[in-house]
Design a protein around this ligand. Sequence first.
Ligand code: SF4
Ligand code: SF4
Ligand code: SF4
Length: 176
Amino acid sequence: MNLFAEQQQPVAIATRRLYIDLDICAEAGCPVCTAQCSYFYHPENNGVRSIAEMAAYQVVCRRCESPHCVAACPTGALEQQPGRGRLLVRHAMRCISCHSCAHACPYGTIYPECVPILHHICDGCLDRRAEGSEPRCVETCPHWALRLAPPELEEDEHTVFVGPYLAVHVTHWKRD
Ligand code: SF4
Ligand code: SF4
Ligand code: SF4
């Protein structure tokens, strides 16, 4: 069956999965992936690499009982998720791009080019909060722009929930 026969049909692009064929990647033998990513302004951040990394964790990683990669990480950035069949996850906010994990894996699962350069994505200071501390930004913003929302907070005209961890308050500009 031709998986891509549906391409002949006008199927909405927005609802279709991105499909990566790692066999093609392996056979092509590109030393560096040359597919371009729309991360235009920060080309060193390449979403294609993150896809390859996720795919490798999902289908190539042997999910070792005592994973050398996790043990080698000096910052606890790599985690095996017991509830997800020991699937690896890299917590990017903790990763310092030292590549120790890539060197430690005896099976070459962690492709060095997939270890991300440092970038910033808020992780909600979940580790600090687990220890009873407020997020660092909450503690340090002198204008009290960042704070922990009360549990009873609800969305309204000017308050929008973004994902499970963030509420944004903004007064919309309105034309008279
Ligand atoms: S890898 Fe880059 S170009 Fe491809 S879908 Fe992700 S962000 Fe877009
Ligand atoms: S050491 Fe390699 S094969 Fe084992 S869990 Fe880590 S990445 Fe997977
Ligand atoms: S590259 Fe990142 S995930 Fe790998 S060992 Fe270093 S800090 Fe840990």
